[in-house]
Design a protein around this ligand. Structure first.
Ligand SMILES: Nc1ncnc2c1ncn2[C@@H]1O[C@H](COP(=O)(O)O)[C@@H](OP(=O)(O)O)[C@H]1O
Ligand SMILES: [Mg+2]
Length: 273
């Protein structure tokens, strides 16, 4: 069983991708935001499509978007159900001309992700899913196919990591994984696609002992949870999306629910962080 709002959100994510594409690979004016992260006309174009489209879908569900996040905490704290949106995740990849950027939309209720949609504007591929719902991948003009995590590595244990953002703790964790699993393969990819690689069973673990914001993770967490995975903080609890001052996530580990090395990894990550 999926969710009645899911098909319309998939459609909106595609439209946002289409609004981004004319800017891709061209001459782009890049502005720096207060937190020093880059923003372009493409981020804002996608934001406009999603903000208007989600409001039209159900005016009673408020939207928190990376590009319009200056909503007072007192107002956000009263939200029970809300959309959490990153109109263009992986802006640095986008600016560099890579196709590793996504459009992310999650429906959050009571601090948990109900479902998430992750679109890849360049290929038109879309991942979507939610806990207890399942998870799917759909290519343009194709039927969706269900995806699920792999519990044991195919050949080499594959870790996904950011192309650009790491930390000393993250590097030590990767070194430990290499020792623990021997044949370690590193897959570096930008944006929320890291979760999708786990969800489709092409990778085994995505540790992030480095900063992310709530809009970077919620949609893809929905996909991964639907596929039999989880995203845990270092206390071993699912990453939650309650309103708080600022939008930073804690460090996290994304992995299959049934990974037999789960407890070992949490303990080590906690010691390193
Ligand atoms: N120091 C920091 N604080 C908050 N978020 C950070 C950060 N460094 C990187 N990120 C987030 O990491 C995302 C990119 O992820 P990755 O490195 O895995 O590709 C960025 O998303 P945006 O491109 O949407 O700004 C940004 O939000
Ligand atoms: Mg982002």
């Amino acid at each position: 069983m999926t969710h009645p709002l899911l098909p319309a959100v998939i459609d909106l994510v595609r439209q946002a991708g289409e609004a981004i594409l004319p800017f891709w690979g061209g001459d782009l004016a890049v502005t720096e935001k207060d937190d020093a992260s880059p923003v372009t006309a493409a981020d804002l174009a996608a934001h406009k499509v999603l903000d208007a489209g989600l409001a039209a879908l159900d005016g009673g569900i408020p939207v928190l978007s990376e590009e319009a996040a200056n909503i007072p905490l007192a107002e956000r704290a009263a939200w029970q159900r809300w959309w959490l949106v990153d109109p263009l995740d992986g802006t640095k990849e986008f600016i560099s001309g890579s196709d590793e950027f996504t459009v992310n939309v999650a429906l959050v209720e009571g601090g948990r992700v109900v479902f998430g949609v992750v679109g890849m504007p360049v290929t038109g591929r879309c991942y979507y899913g939610g806990a207890g719902m399942g998870a799917w991948c759909q290519d343009v003009d194709e039927e969706p196919f269900e995806v699920s995590v792999r519990v044991a590595p195919d050949e080499a244990f594959t870790v996904v990591a950011s192309k650009r953002h790491s930390s000393p703790a993250q590097e030590r964790l990767l070194a430990w994984l290499a020792e623990r699993f021997g044949d370690l393969q590193l897959a570096s990819i930008g944006s929320s696609l890291k979760f999708c690689l786990l969800a489709e069973g092409s990778a085994d673990c995505y540790p992030r002992l480095a900063p992310t914001s709530q809009w970077d993770t919620a949609a893809a967490q929905g996909v991964l949870e639907g596929a039999g995975g989880e995203v845990l903080d270092l206390a071993g609890k699912p990453l939650a999306y309650e309103a708080r001052e600022g939008f930073l996530n804690p460090s996290f580990l994304a992995l299959p629910v049934a990974a037999e090395w789960r407890a070992e990894l949490i303990q080590l990550a906690r010691a390193l962080d």
